[in-house]
Write a protein that binds this ligand. Structure first.
Ligand SMILES: Cc1cc2nc3c(=O)[nH]c(=O)nc-3n(C[C@H](O)[C@H](O)[C@H](O)COP(=O)(O)O)c2cc1C
Length: 195
């Protein structure tokens, strides 16, 4: 089964990253993937509270919408994550989701005692991001964060689509080539995980 999860990490429903991710979803569906969309701003999710209730069995003990999201993300073969750049990293919605996966980190490294630095990935992730400014280092912070998050999920950062100088809602519509690139990336991701 080639199941892909698409995560909308912007607070804007029709913002630039959302429009790009929508295109990637269309591409993945076109290639025959089963795609499930998760809009983080619609969920009730606490950040990690660092109480380490997960030390018992690797499951986060905070009972909120993360519980369902956790199972769905663990069951996918491909992930498409879209987040705007906020203060040189991912949005708070996106970071909240990432923090809750500390429970999986605890399961892997503390409970199951997996060796650190394993680089065999069973799944693939696409990262889409947009920032308003033009700086060379605009995506450095988020790329580090996303790469590490994907690693916890046993996921390779398969491709990243990063666009500068887009600020207002819908700015990306002025660049059909970006939307086309997102569509193709979704399609290729789906094709690459076909088993
Ligand atoms: C809280 C906040 C922080 C931001 N920080 C940055 C930043 O550090 N660098 C940057 O280039 N743009 C920054 N921006 C601009 C957004 O990245 C930009 O508007 C982007 O197009 C939003 O994407 P979206 O429409 O998908 O939400 C920030 C915007 C907000 C609201």
């Amino acid at each position: 089964m080639n199941k892909i999860i698409a995560i909308y990490g912007s607070p804007r429903r029709k913002g630039n990253t959302a429009l790009l991710l929508k295109k990637a979803v269309e591409g993945a569906v076109e290639a025959g993937a089963e795609v499930e969309e998760i809009v983080l701003r619609d969920l009730k999710m606490s950040p990690c509270l660092e109480i380490y209730g997960c030390k018992k069995d690797g499951r986060c003990v905070i009972q909120d919408d993360f519980q369902g999201v956790y199972d769905r993300i663990l069951a996918c073969q491909g992930l498409m994550l879209a987040s705007p750049i906020f203060f040189y990293t991912v949005s708070a919605h996106t970071k909240t989701l990432m923090e809750r996966f500390q429970s999986l980190w605890v399961k892997k490294y503390w409970i199951d005692k997996a060796p650190f630095g394993k680089r065999e990935f069973s799944r693939k992730g696409l990262f889409i991001s947009v920032g308003a400014t033009k700086g060379k280092r605009l995506f450095e912070g988020s790329l580090l964060t996303v790469r590490y998050f994907f690693e916890v999920l046993d996921m390779e950062l398969w491709r990243s689509l990063l666009y500068r100088s887009l600020d207002f809602e819908g700015d990306v519509l002025k660049y059909p080539e970006y939307l086309e690139e997102a569509y193709k990336a979704g399609k290729e991701l789906a094709q690459s995980i076909q088993g």
